[in-house]
Design a protein around this ligand. Structure first.
Ligand code: ATP
Length: 253
C-alpha cells in the first residue's frame, strides 16, 4: 500500500463572495500520475496553485510530503516542481542559461544538457525561449520543473496546443518521470490523455469533486448504467489517419 504524498482536506477557496473551491478532499499517492479533470472554471488551477503554495486558501488543510502548507510552505516548495512561466521573462538568455539561472535560485547544481536531452531539446541549448515553437516551449517548461529534482511534479494542461506526435512524445516523457519515482499531478481537457496517463482521476465540477477513481472503474460504472455510445465507433479515428500520414515517430514541427 503506497503512501499519500498529498492530502487535501475540506479545501475552500473564495474569491470575494464567490466560492471557487467548495470544501474538496482528496489524496494523491506516492508514485502515481493523478489527473484533475473538469470543465473550464471548475477550480482545477486554483486547487493546484494552492497546493503549490502560489495562492492562499480560504480554509481547509493541505499536507504535502508530510509538511503542513500553513506551517512549512518553504519545505513544500523544496520538494515540488512547478512549470516556470517566468522562463519567457528572460528574452536574452538561452535555454542552458535559463536552467543555470533557476538552478542558482534553487541553490542546486543542475546538468542543463541532461535536462535538455530528456525533453529532446539538446540542439536548442543555445536558442532563446522566444525562438522555440509552441511544443518546444511546452517541453522546455517541463524540463524547468525538474531543476530542483522534485518528488512531485505539477503540470497544468501540459499538452494543450501540441500536435498529435508531440502530445504522444510528452506522454512518454511524463511516464518516464513517473517511472523514475516522481509523483505527477496534472490537469487536462483531453480525456484520451487522462485515460492513457492517469492511474486515478478526480472530476471537479463547480468547485466540487463529483468522482474520484481509476479511469477504468469510471468507464465500467458508466457502462453498468446501460450507457451506449450513440454513434458506432470505427476501428480507426481521424487521429489515426493523421498519425499514419505524418508519421508516428517524434519529429520537429
Ligand atoms: P480552466 O479549465 O478554464 O483552466 P479551472 O478549473 O482551472 O478552469 P480556475 O482557474 O481554478 O478553473 O477558476 C475557478 C473559478 O474561480 C472560475 O470561476 C474563475 O473565474 C474564478 N477565479 C480564478 N481566479 C480568480 C481570481 N484571481 N479572482 C477571482 N476569481 C477567480
Amino acid at each position: 500500500m503506497s503512501n499519500a504524498i498529498i492530502q487535501v482536506k475540506n479545501l475552500v477557496k473564495k474569491y470575494g463572495d464567490f466560492e471557487a473551491v467548495k470544501g474538496i478532499s482528496f489524496e494523491v499517492m506516492e508514485g502515481e500520475i493523478f489527473g484533475l479533470l473538469g470543465p473550464n472554471g471548475a477550480g482545477k488551477t486554483t486547487t493546484l496553485e494552492i497546493i503549490e503554495t502560489l495562492r492562499k486558501k480560504t480554509s481547509g488543510q493541505v499536507i504535502v510530503d508530510g509538511k503542513d502548507l500553513e506551517k512549512e510552505p518553504q519545505a513544500i516548495k523544496n520538494v515540488i516542481g512547478v512549470q516556470l512561466q517566468a522562463a519567457g521573462y528572460y528574452p536574452n538568455l538561452n535555454l542552458k542559461q535559463i536552467i543555470d539561472l533557476f538552478a542558482g535560485l534553487y541553490n542546486k547544481t543542475a546538468d542543463p544538457m541532461a535536462l535538455l536531452d530528456l525533453v529532446n531539446l539538446r540542439e536548442k541549448a543555445k536558442s532563446k525561449f522566444k525562438e522555440l515553437s509552441g511544443g518546444q516551449k511546452q517541453r522546455f517548461s517541463i524540463a524547468t520543473t525538474l531543476i530542483n529534482e522534485p518528488k512531485i511534479i505539477f503540470l497544468d494542461e501540459p499538452t494543450t496546443g501540441l500536435d498529435p506526435q508531440a502530445r504522444r512524445n510528452l506522454w512518454e516523457l511524463i511516464k518516464q518521470l513517473r517511472d523514475r519515482g516522481a509523483t505527477v499531478v496534472l490537469t487536462t481537457h483531453y480525456m484520451d490523455e487522462a485515460e492513457e496517463l492517469c492511474e486515478r482521476v478526480a472530476i471537479v465540477d463547480s468547485g466540487e469533486i463529483i468522482a474520484l477513481s481509476t479511469p477504468n472503474e469510471l468507464i465500467d460504472k458508466l457502462l453498468a448504467t446501460g450507457f451506449k455510445r450513440t454513434k458506432a465507433v470505427k476501428e480507426a479515428s481521424l487521429e489515426d489517419v493523421f498519425l499514419n500520414m505524418t508519421g508516428r515517430e517524434w519529429r520537429e514541427g
